[in-house]
Design a protein around this ligand. Structure first.
Ligand SMILES: NC(=O)c1ccc[n+]([C@@H]2O[C@H](COP(=O)([O-])OP(=O)(O)OC[C@H]3O[C@@H](n4cnc5c(N)ncnc54)[C@H](OP(=O)(O)O)[C@@H]3O)[C@@H](O)[C@H]2O)c1
Length: 267
């Protein structure tokens, strides 16, 4: 699995990680142990969570158990008040052994309130990197403005052949300021993998070590060198392996990327 540095933070991240929205929102951590074991065994390390994802944050901590060090935990604060935010952060620090690797402000919710506190925690070594996230294309300009003004370490944004808005402002800013880019929704929340092109239309991807349509979509995002890590979510062990294998693929050139984008745009 290829490793990339998260912007200017001394944090080396395997390029395929794991989202936990919906998939880790389960009552019993044993239900996600097989998929967690599979991604760790196949070289992925970064797990992304949030208090917005129901039980996912707690379940992730439980399933990591005595192997917390094997994972890079990227979670979020998602709260409208300082009091609620601090309670979320205290809980997560307890769950994750006193350190959260990447602490993100979910959808910029009350960012002015949470950012100074995360900066304090970073100075104390309890947080290694601070990030901002937003899922909406129309908010990416605001996200970039805040990142440019306040100097965070990473941005988590949607990026797939149907959602390319980050190419306008966010990716150029990431290159200029050495920000990490965490790609959410690389498979379009499932919509893009739902219908794969015919196998005969994917043979041109074999030269890149790509065997499946999901891998083609993941490699599409990872082929931009300004991207640090892609975090597909899955409940299934074979899909987890499939996704991790894209981490070792040969990256697409510009022409191949546009061929994949054209396949994703087919009716
Ligand atoms: N505002 C924010 O901060 C924000 C917003 C959205 C997402 N996120 C983060 O980004 C992560 C990823 O985004 P997402 O979960 O919305 O969508 P996604 O990763 O683009 O797509 C997930 C869907 O793809 C399917 N899938 C995964 N691997 C597959 C494979 N190899 N073959 C076929 N299908 C596959 C999954 O189904 P199966 O279970 O059947 O594999 C699931 O339905 C989230 O989990 C979350 O951590 C953050």
């Amino acid at each position: 699995m290829e490793i990339r540095r998260l912007g200017s933070v001394s944090l080396d991240v395997p390029v395929v990680g794991m989202g936990t929205w919906q998939s880790y929102d389960v009552r019993d951590p044993a239900l996600v142990r097989p998929v967690t074991d599979a991604v760790l065994a196949h070289g992925a390390r970064l797990f992304d969570s949030s208090p917005m994802y129901g039980s996912a944050e707690r379940v992730l901590a439980a399933v990591l158990e005595n192997r917390r060090e094997a994972a890079i935990v990227a979670t979020k604060v998602w709260a409208s008040s300082a009091r609620e935010g601090r309670a979320q952060i205290a809980r997560a620090l307890e769950w994750y052994g006193g350190v959260v690797d990447v602490y993100q402000i979910h959808n910029l919710e009350a960012w002015q309130t949470h950012l100074p506190y995360l900066e304090e925690l970073k100075a104390q070594g309890k947080v290694r990197a601070i990030g901002l996230t937003h899922y909406r294309q129309s908010e990416l300009g605001r996200l970039a403005d805040i990142a440019a003004a306040r100097g965070v370490d990473s941005l988590q944004v949607p990026y797939n052949p149907h959602e390319r808005e980050i190419e306008r402002v966010v990716l150029p800013l990431a290159a200029e300021r050495r920000l990490g880019i965490i790609v959410m929704r690389p498979l379009g929340a499932g919509a893009l993998v739902g219908s794969s092109p015919a196998a005969r239309d994917l043979t041109f991807l074999e030269a890149f070590g790509i065997r499946t349509w999901a891998q083609a979509l993941l490699n599409w995002g990872l082929s931009d060198p300004r991207v640090t890590v892609s975090i597909p979510a899955t409940r299934k062990v074979p899909h987890a392996r499939d996704n991790c294998d894209a981490g070792a693929a040969r990256r697409f050139d510009a022409e191949t990327r546009e061929r994949v984008a054209a396949l994703a745009a087919r009716p």
